[in-house]
Design a protein. Structure first.
Length: 307
């Protein structure tokens, strides 16, 4: 794409933004540019994490895209016309996987221009976050399936598997499995660690479930041969080290959060009131009987999401 249309300035027309053309003589006659013959504007515009710019960029379409100047592994640079300042500019668009709030390019904007050598540094004049043509989308449906045709195996880590799949296998796969995985995921998002942390095998996973949620239903309990390695017949733990290790314990654990690019860490504990709300939600999502679990709509109505 090589767009040489007239630059425009925004004005209001009812409820819509429209663009008035800027007079051609607003641009100096001696301004020229040499495009890259081997890199047309349409090339490398739709690679991994690269933003397809369209015809205009910036707030209210301030920058009219003319030609691609080049690209690298982390960004693409476009020649544009600034419709407000009537000049040509280079717009650098970073790929999504490296774009962060703490960009070295943006830190240059706070540079003291009176510092020695500052005049030799090209300081950005503006910055903005471009919006992709597709907006925010749910992607990667590799493990999705039709409700009426569930698979015989779930391609997810064991830490998120519900007990019915661990014990009964693929015949129990259905929507209730997703609700169990949702409960595990919500805990992990809030507490920055998996609910079933550092579990090595399925027997260890079932044992952790019993510690958190009590004895398994009788049919599952009897079919679980390794239960006697962890509990007596009443579901009481055989290990003194595991006594007192409950769901309340993990909800009250300290959370360590490390700052990006730093060895410093912040430590905090989830407030008691939030712990109660979170526990109530988890117990209704992580109940053993699949049919008794909340559905997604019911879960979203819980007070924990309203904090």
């Amino acid at each position: 794409m090589s767009d040489h249309r007239e630059p425009r300035s925004p004005r209001r027309n009812g409820d819509r933004d429209v663009q008035d053309p800027i007079q051609e003589d607003a641009f100096p006659d001696d301004l020229f540019f040499d495009g890259l013959d081997h890199a047309p504007a349409t090339s490398h515009g739709r690679g991994l994490s690269s933003h397809p710019p369209g015809n205009r960029l910036g707030h209210a379409g301030r920058y009219c895209v003319i030609h691609k100047l080049g690209h690298g592994g982390f960004s693409t640079v476009w020649l544009c016309r600034d419709s407000l300042d009537c000049k040509y500019v280079a717009v650098k668009i970073l790929t999504a996987d490296v774009a962060t709030d703490d960009l070295p390019d943006l830190r240059l904007m706070s540079l003291n221009k009176s510092d020695p050598g500052a005049e030799y540094i090209n300081i950005p004049n503006d910055h903005f976050s471009p919006e992709g043509p597709n907006g925010i989308c749910v992607i990667d449906f590799g493990e999705s399936y039709q409700i009426l045709s569930p698979p015989t195996d779930l391609g997810i880590p064991e830490n998120y598997l519900p007990p019915e799949v661990i014990i009964e296998g693929g015949t129990s796969i259905g929507l209730a499995c997703d609700l169990w995985a949702l409960g595990c995921t919500l805990f992990e998002i809030r507490h920055q660690v998996r609910l079933f942390y550092m579990i090595n095998n399925k027997d260890e996973l079932l044992a952790e479930m019993v510690r958190f949620f009590g004895k398994l239903p009788e049919s599952w309990w009897e079919s679980w041969e390794a239960r006697t390695d962890f509990f007596d017949e009443n579901g009481k733990t055989l290990s003194a080290a595991d006594e007192g290790y409950t769901l309340d314990t993990v909800l009250d654990n300290k959370i360590e959060v490390f700052e990006r690019g730093s060895k410093d860490k912040n430590i905090f504990i989830v407030p008691k009131e939030e712990q109660k709300l979170c526990k109530d939600l988890l117990l209704k999502l992580l109940t053993y009987t699949p049919g008794d679990r909340l559905n997604a709509e019911e879960a979203m109505q819980y007070d924990w999401f309203k904090l």
